[in-house]
Write a protein that binds this ligand. Structure first.
Ligand SMILES: NC(=O)c1ccc[n+]([C@@H]2O[C@H](COP(=O)([O-])OP(=O)(O)OC[C@H]3O[C@@H](n4cnc5c(N)ncnc54)[C@H](OP(=O)(O)O)[C@@H]3O)[C@@H](O)[C@H]2O)c1
Length: 272
């Protein structure tokens, strides 16, 4: 079973916050319903929240802070990310402190490089700066996002004091590319795989094999598609609608049979 780095016990699915609080600039129009959705997820046993300095230019982190208010910090796992253009030493320190200020937290459980920088050498500088954050207690673990195997090797070579302990990648039944190289590599190196865009924004429900398995097992297509990801990854779906969230919660507490997993695996788009 995949585990997120650190001693906390974490839910098998997490909760994403991209498109909450705006896109690349802050938008407060939906603050109330988005904060309520995050709170609903926490109330119903999801204790992993994924956010980033990029989301709504930091406003998503502020919404996470609102949803966290009055809750037990030690039972919640918060992931946030630094932009690849902020990887020089001072910028990493500034970004992390600004994220923590917006989140209203003294530490993040996991801090990721959001995607690979254009200049590979910046991976090294960023990872070393992130190791300093671990030493200072501002983040508990570090990792990467959207990194391929070569880029992960680069990050691992740069890390001398801390493990690269997670890679967050786009992975769903409509995007199975990580099954080829990235997931096996992560499994070999005890790196947690976090599956972003795990519903393909709802598109997974249209796959014929997903619909067929859903009908046969009495679960919904979205639940089947999410359940498929759980044994090897921690998927982090996002939902603002409460009925969507309720449906996501129903993806847990049961397991696809080996035959149904194989049916989904063989009928999905090939993992090129
Ligand atoms: N590291 C990265 O580069 C990266 C990139 C993309 C995403 N992410 C992370 O991954 C998270 C998830 O990805 P995502 O938000 O892009 O896509 P997603 O989780 O695949 O899909 C979210 C969309 O699916 C809808 N949805 C949720 N539950 C549903 C259900 N039961 N039935 C039908 N539709 C449903 C949501 O609608 P409503 O909101 O209207 O309920 C929303 O429009 C993000 O929020 C973010 O935290 C990371």
């Amino acid at each position: 079973m995949p585990r997120l780095p650190g001693p906390k016990s974490t839910s098998r699915i997490g909760f994403g916050t991209w498109r909450m609080g705006g896109l690349r600039s802050a938008d407060s129009v939906h603050d109330a319903e988005e904060t309520r959705a995050i709170g609903f997820a926490l109330d119903h046993g999801i204790n992993v929240l994924d956010t980033a300095e990029m989301y709504g230019a930091g406003h998503a982190e502020e919404l996470v802070a609102r949803a966290l208010a009055g809750r037990d910090r030690e039972s919640i796992y918060v992931i946030t990310k630094v932009l690849p253009e902020h990887l020089d030493r001072d910028a990493v320190a500034r970004s992390a402190r600004a994220s923590l200020r917006r989140l209203g937290l003294t530490y993040a459980d996991l801090y990721l490089i959001h995607w690979p920088p254009e200049r590979t050498e910046m991976i090294r500088e960023g990872i070393r700066a992130m190791e300093d954050l671990v030493r200072e207690g501002l983040v508990r673990a570090i990792g990467v996002s959207n990194f391929g195997v070569r880029e992960m090797e680069e990050a691992m070579a740069a890390a001398s004091r801390t493990e690269i302990s997670a890679n967050q990648v786009k992975y769903s039944l409509r995007h199975r590319e990580p099954e080829r190289e990235v997931i096996p590599f992560c499994e070999d190196h005890h790196i947690a795989v976090i599956a972003h865009t795990p519903l393909d924004r709802g598109g997974v429900a249209d796959l014929p094999a997903v619909r067929e398995v859903a009908e046969r097992t009495g679960h919904t297509p979205v639940q089947v598609a999410l359940n498929y990801l759980v044994p090897r990854t921690v998927p982090i779906p996002k939902a603002t609608r409460i009925d969507h969230l309720e449906e996501l919660l129903g993806s847990l507490g049961w397991e696809l049979s080996a035959a149904d997993r194989e049916r989904l695996r063989s009928e999905g788009p090939p993992a090129r």
